[in-house]
Design a protein around this ligand. Structure first.
Ligand SMILES: [Zn+2]
Length: 318
């Protein structure tokens, strides 16, 4: 199998490498490519300041990476958009994000979907959920058209429930497999294809969520696997890209290096490959959650360990 390992470049990691190593953005990217990563996902918070903080040469450097076979993608800042609601400002933010991604010649952009509020009604009112889903379909229909015109793919990411879901009186519409089937079917009626950025870690947490006894590891792993396999069976054709990480199957959303958690990640990647998945395997690590494990190691050293671990796992599959 062709090496398809990529990584997300998180803002806090970028800042730390800048502060500790004195690197510029270009140097950081070069170091990542030296490790072996074949593509990079850039966070919006870096990109939105790009004209201010980076030289035209650096911007040019990113724009030219695709010519060297490096895939560049872009992660929309989920905190300023909720596509399940009808306020126009969210569409404005989303379009601005697509423009930034296009300016960097990104191949695709990742969006989170959103949630509906239940401030005045009981949380399980079906009408409110229905309205949120309809807003999503309308907004995605519009944004997919907008992105296609600009020659960039739009992807949407799956998420996971959290313990405090109903305490905040909101319900996310991007956790259940049914949410994505609904969007797929409704968008299909409008001649659009939904492309999913499948976050393996989120899928595992969502699966294990139904097991209430968090000490029952065996049942949690089984439930996580069941969810992932069913998602691939039902929506595999729509999975376009990935976020890869391991975790402890709790809603802490650890974003660990593969092998450091207990998630059935190898089986899931195997299942995806068997089902014909052609996209990347893109790490999304949250180093700050488990840095003690790699005490004394630099960020680049940790990314190297991560790369080698995933490479070894994929070689065993292929
Ligand atoms: Zn993700």
């Amino acid at each position: 199998m062709k090496n398809r390992i990529q990584t997300f470049l998180r803002e806090r990691d970028i800042r730390e490498m800048m502060a500790k190593n004195g690197y510029g953005l270009q140097q950081i990217i070069e170091e990542m490519l030296k490790i072996g990563y074949k593509g990079l996902q850039l966070p919006e918070r870096i990109a939105e300041k790009i004209d201010k903080y980076y030289t035209p040469e650096e911007i040019d450097y990113i724009r030219n990476l695709s010519k060297k076979g490096i895939q560049i993608s872009f992660h929309h800042d989920q905190h300023n958009t909720n596509l399940a609601q009808k306020e126009k400002i969210y569409l404005v933010n989303a379009k601005r994000s697509i423009d930034r991604a296009v300016a960097l010649r990104s191949d695709y952009i990742v969006f989170h979907l959103g949630f509906v509020d239940f401030d005045e009604k009981p949380y399980n009112t079906p009408e409110v959920l229905e309205e949120g889903r309809k807003n999503l379909v309308r907004n995605l229909d519009y944004l997919i058209k907008y992105a296609t015109k600009r020659d960039i793919d739009l992807t949407v990411e799956n998420n996971h429930k959290e313990e405090y879901e109903y305490v905040r009186n909101t319900k996310k519409i991007d956790c259940e497999t049914e949410d994505f089937e609904y969007l797929r079917d409704e968008l299909e009626k409008k001649g659009k294809v939904i492309k999913i950025n499948y976050d393996t870690g989120h899928g595992f947490i969502q699966g294990a969520w139904v097991v209430k006894d968090k000490r029952d590891i065996k049942s949690m792993v089984e439930a996580a696997k069941k969810f992932a396999f069913s998602f691939v069976d039902r929506l595999g054709k729509n999975i376009y890209a990935t976020h890869i990480s391991d975790n402890t199957l709790t809603s802490h959303d650890d974003h660990m290096i593969v092998g450091d958690g207990i998630a059935p990640i190898k089986l899931t990647l195997e299942k995806m490959i068997e089902s014909g998945y052609q996209g990347n395997f893109l790490y999304e690590l949250h180093l700050e959650s488990w840095l003690d494990k790699y005490k004394g190691k630099s960020i680049l050293e940790i990314y190297k360990i991560a790369y080698e671990r995933l490479l070894k796992m994929l070689e065993k599959i292929a």
